[in-house]
Design a protein around this ligand. Structure first.
Ligand code: F6P
Length: 431
């Protein structure tokens, strides 16, 4: 089987660990492994050489490219050519592919090629790298049927018959659509004489599996998304840092954290960081006006001797009327009503990047192995699976069931029926 992997949507810590696990596990199980650079954008763009098979020509060019760069480097260091340096930089300590067809040399790929074959060593050490090394991009073209047809053609040209997508619910919904449309897309390609009858037959079905990569932990039917534990860790570290100043000056801080429409990061950070008050989208303050409730609570904490105040607000936090609750507004309330010297800190993208924590290496590794197994046992009848984790067990659930449940939560929240939304996420979520 030829398996390609792409990452899509916002980057998250652990995506590289997922790619690494899938590549290594796939190779061990006898598959040919490929990566797609820049998410769906790369899938739609494909390779400039029109699908020319990765092979000696490509390798020769890579060799020249690497040698030219090394020559430059060597000139900076010494005039003496160093054969070992060349070998080590190119191959590391291990081997690339045994048949020498890797195109992903030391993290470089040839210009104009978005779908490239990778070997064992290409992903070495990736579990400790933040973001996504194979790139991600928002792709308008993949939202169109023409874009998806181009993507299908590019996969077929390289002989790829299976795809792993790691991304959020939008990216995974796109993946499922791609798979369900696949038979008609390739029929069209055949009618336009862009693929042969043999290719039509050989690629009758696309095998596809989704992994959830998102710092927001906003997908139903899985307890944890790849990247959420690291983002939470980043927030905790930020709170620890802010605590020093808050304590020293007896100040109040309002911290805005990410999470889009999901309050998981804010809620967990509130618990882990000892916040005085936390605002999340799923459960707006029940006491109205909430400003009074918040001030009463913080006043109570100060009265028992607290020197500092930490309020966490999720970026999607809203009141019961669905009006956004903004950090600056909270700051004004704390300043005006309680006389607290208050500052706002928006953590922004510092939450998203950096080295993955242990869980964001373990989870994607286990899920990556499961993804390869799911592809190897897939049939045209099996649904597109999302690999999740529930109660500490790696799970396979129909991707669209998870997407539907996630969307239902969002809809219920917009209908102001928050309690229903909570039921959908499971009683343990907010109790
Ligand atoms: O979905 C991940 C996330 O970081 C959200 O928490 C945040 O709302 C959004 O992406 C930010 O997107 P961008 O990086 O495009 O500004």
């Amino acid at each position: 089987m030829k398996i390609a992997i792409l990452t899509s949507g916002g980057d998250s810590a652990g995506m590289n660990a997922a790619v690494r696990a899938i590549v290594k596990c796939g190779i061990l199980k006898g598959c040919e492994m490929w990566i797609v650079r820049e998410g769906y954008e790369g899938l739609v763009r494909g390779n400039d050489d029109g699908g020319e098979k990765a092979g000696q020509k490509v390798n020769d060019e890579a060799e020249k490219l690497v040698e030219a760069e090394l020559r430059e480097k060597r000139n900076e260091i010494t005039q003496e050519p160093d054969k070992n340096l060349l070998h080590n930089l190119r191959f590391g300590d291990g081997e690339l592919l045994r048949d020498g067809t890797s195109e992903y040399v030391g993290g470089r790929t040839l210009k104009g090629r978005y779908i490239v074959r990778v070997g064992w060593d290409d992903v070495r050490g990736w579990f400790s790298e933040g973001g996504t090394l194979i790139g991600t991009a928002r792709c308008a073209a993949f939202r169109t049927r023409e874009g998806r047809a181009a993507a299908a053609l590019n996969l077929i040209k390289e002989g790829i018959d299976a795809l792993v997508v790691c991304g959020g619910d939008g990216s995974l919904t796109g993946a499922d659509l791609f798979r369900s449309e696949w038979p008609s897309l390739i029929q069209d390609l055949h009618s336009q004489k862009l693929i042969t009858s043999a290719q039509l037959e050989a690629h009758a079905h696309l095998k596809l599996v989704g992994l959830v990569g998102s710092i927001d932990n906003d997908m139903s039917m899985t307890d944890m998304t790849i990247g959420a534990p690291t983002a939470l860790q980043r927030i905790c570290e930020a709170i620890d840092n802010i605590n020093s100043t808050a304590y020293s000056h007896s100040r109040a801080f309002v911290l805005e954290v990410m999470g889009r429409d999901c309050g998981w990061l804010a809620l967990m950070a509130g618990i882990a960081g000892g916040a005085d008050f936390t605002f999340i989208p799923e459960k707006p303050p029940t006491t109205m006006p909430w400003e009074d409730a918040m001030c009463a609570e913080i006043h109570r904490h100060r009265a028992v001797g607290k020197r500092k105040t930490i309020v966490i607000v999720a970026e999607g936090a809203r009141d019961r009327e669905l009006n956004p609750i903004r950090a600056e507004y909270i700051k004004d309330i704390l300043t005006d009503r309680l006389g607290l010297d208050t500052r706002v800190t928006t953590l922004g993208h510092t939450q998203r990047g950096g080295r993955p924590c242990a869980l964001d290496r373990i989870l994607p590794t286990l899920q990556g192995v499961e993804a390869v197994d799911a592809l190897l046992s897939a049939t045209p009848e099996t649904p597109t699976y999302m690999i999740g984790v529930q109660e500490n067990k790696i799970t396979r659930v129909p991707l669209m069931d998870a997407v539907k449940a996630t969307r239902a939560v969002g809809q219920a929240m917009n209908d102001k029926e928050f309690e229903k939304a909570l039921d959908l996420r499971g009683p343990e979520f907010m109790e």
